[in-house]
Design a protein. Structure first.
Lengths: 271, 242
């Protein structure tokens, strides 16, 4: 089954979307969008290092993402605001990564694949790695779900309940780094943040509880992956951007739907 | 002794927020912390619940002591769908009995199914208190819990607290700006301004010079503050006329 590149690509896209969507809900709730984006951009340094020293791109991206996100989390509040620190760290790593890549001959053409992904080139190992990452992220989120929600609401309330907000935040950091690492082959470092945010934003009006919102986000993410992949096949467009565009269309649709129901709701009630 | 704070110092960088704080809370006591804005009241609470870094000193609290904490504010992002009912069940050690009790405490309120982000200030405060009471706490920490409530609302809130203390015998450590309530309802008042200016029974604190420096001379604090402002306005007016 995995010998068919179509099957591999679909499995890879769905796997990354399923991992990104529930984590993306936390990114939206905690307003960590910029955190996610800077972490993803920093991963480019890991990719370039792995190309230079010829080890796994996945490991390189994961390593740099974890290091940067942890350093920023520790450093925040001391002298600079979080978004400033993220801007500095994320883009310094990215710039350094681009310079390193320029020293390696023949890689420059390949760079685009890491920026926007190259889902058609995923190998069997990649698919397994993606689904392993998906399992890890889901396990982490399910295990820490209530604690993470409470920390998201109010860190003092969480501390008073005997939780350690910093430790819970680290769980999110790790999950984010894993999603960035497994998402590189599928949508690349530039677009991975959209797989986190757009499905979560689309599902806000659909779910009345955090759990429902996360489940709807996962469904929307998976649907975007499948439809986007097929659209790219039919229209011969780049796959990663196509998946993101489908997700955006779904977002527009649910947004319009929720605005309309909000708008017409009072009138329906009067009838 | 439920909570014992020994020579606690909290510094943020070079800024000394709390200096040499010594206090203790025993069971059944109502202890109120008063002090001007920026006097370190919330930081002291954060140190007690373990979310503020302690520079030096000790906070002795047995792990078996259950803390119910009501924060000063709860800003819920509108992007997070969360009903009041789900919020109540959001604790580590699930406690069905406590959940039932919390719902009883809220009475026949129909806002349990309402989104937290669309509750009114008074409703949210009651939900926060109900959550703090979930685990049958030994001590309640209330950080300006009546902020944003009108006078009948805050009177009702304090009545609830009193009821809870009578029925469960828990201690209450609270931060309050309602000086008149403080004076009538507390066993002990701690006047904080970076360090502890004075502490003791409400009457003795109210008559101490340190307290008067901070809050004016009248025992009824709100009236004193009002008078103070009034004088200040007058002098400003006469000044501009001159």
């Amino acid at each position: 089954m995995l010998d068919d590149f179509m099957v591999r690509a679909t499995l890879a896209g769905v796997g990354v979307s399923l991992a990104a969507a529930p984590l993306g809900c936390f990114v939206v709730w905690r307003r960590m969008a910029y955190f996610g984006e800077a972490t993803a951009h920093a991963a480019l340094l890991g990719i370039s290092l792995s190309l230079m020293f010829e080890f796994s791109v996945f490991a390189g991206a994961l390593f740099v993402s974890v290091i940067m996100a942890t350093a920023v989390t520790i450093g925040q509040g001391r002298s600079l605001f979080l978004d400033t620190l993220l801007g500095v760290a994320g883009h310094s790593c990215m710039a350094l990564g681009l310079i390193i890549v320029s020293f390696i001959s023949g890689v420059r053409i390949e760079l685009m694949a890491y920026l926007i992904g190259d889902i058609l080139a995923v190998s069997k190992t990649d698919v397994l790695l993606i689904w392993f990452g998906l399992g890890l992220v889901l396990l982490l989120l399910i295990w820490r779900w209530s604690a993470l929600l409470l920390c998201t609401l109010n860190e003092d309330l969480a501390a008073a309940s005997g939780l350690y907000p910093k430790r819970e935040n680290f769980v999110l950091t790790i999950a984010l780094a894993v999603v960035v690492a497994v998402g590189i082959k599928v949508v690349g470092v530039l677009l991975i943040i959209s797989l986190l945010i757009i499905p979560a934003a689309s599902s806000r009006s659909l779910g009345s509880t955090p759990e429902k919102m996360a489940i709807f986000a996962s469904l929307i993410g998976a649907l975007s992956a499948i439809l986007g992949f097929n659209a790219s096949y039919v229209f011969d467009t780049p796959t990663g951007p196509s998946i993101v565009c489908v997700a955006s269309l779904i977002f527009l649709f649910t947004l319009t739907f929720s605005l309309l129901t909000e708008h017409f709701h009072p009138r329906i009630k009067i009838k | 002794m439920l909570i014992e704070v020994q020579s606690l110092n909290v510094h943020y960088g070079n800024k000394k927020v709390l200096e040499n704080i010594n206090l203790s809370v025993s069971s059944g006591e109502i202890v109120t912390i008063v002090g001007p804005n920026g006097s370190g009241k919330t930081t002291l609470f954060k140190a007690i619940i373990g979310s503020a870094p302690i520079t030096s000193g000790k906070i002795i609290m047995s792990p078996s002591v259950k803390v119910g904490y009501v924060p000063q504010v709860l800003n819920v992002d509108r992007s997070l769908p969360l009903t009041a009912e789900r919020f109540l069940s959001l604790v580590n050690n699930r406690n069905d009995q406590g959940l039932l009790r919390a719902k009883q405490f809220l009475g026949s309120e129909d806002y349990l199914s309402t989104q937290i982000s669309s509750l009114s200030g008074g409703q949210l405060q009651r939900v926060l208190l109900a959550r703090a009471l979930l685990n049958d706490p030994d001590v309640l920490l209330l950080d300006e819990a009546t902020r944003g409530l009108d006078q009948p609302g805050s009177a009702e809130f304090y009545k609830k607290i009193e009821e809870v203390r009578e029925s469960s015998g828990c201690a209450v450590l609270m931060i309050s700006h309602d000086l008149h309530v403080v004076m009538s309802a507390s066993n002990r008042v701690i006047c904080l301004n970076g360090h502890i200016c004075c502490q003791g029974e409400p009457q003795s604190v109210a008559s101490s010079p340190e307290y008067r420096d901070l809050f004016g001379s009248n025992i009824d604090g709100t009236f004193a503050l009002y008078q103070h402002n009034h004088k200040e306005n007058k002098s400003r007016i006469s000044h501009s006329n001159a």
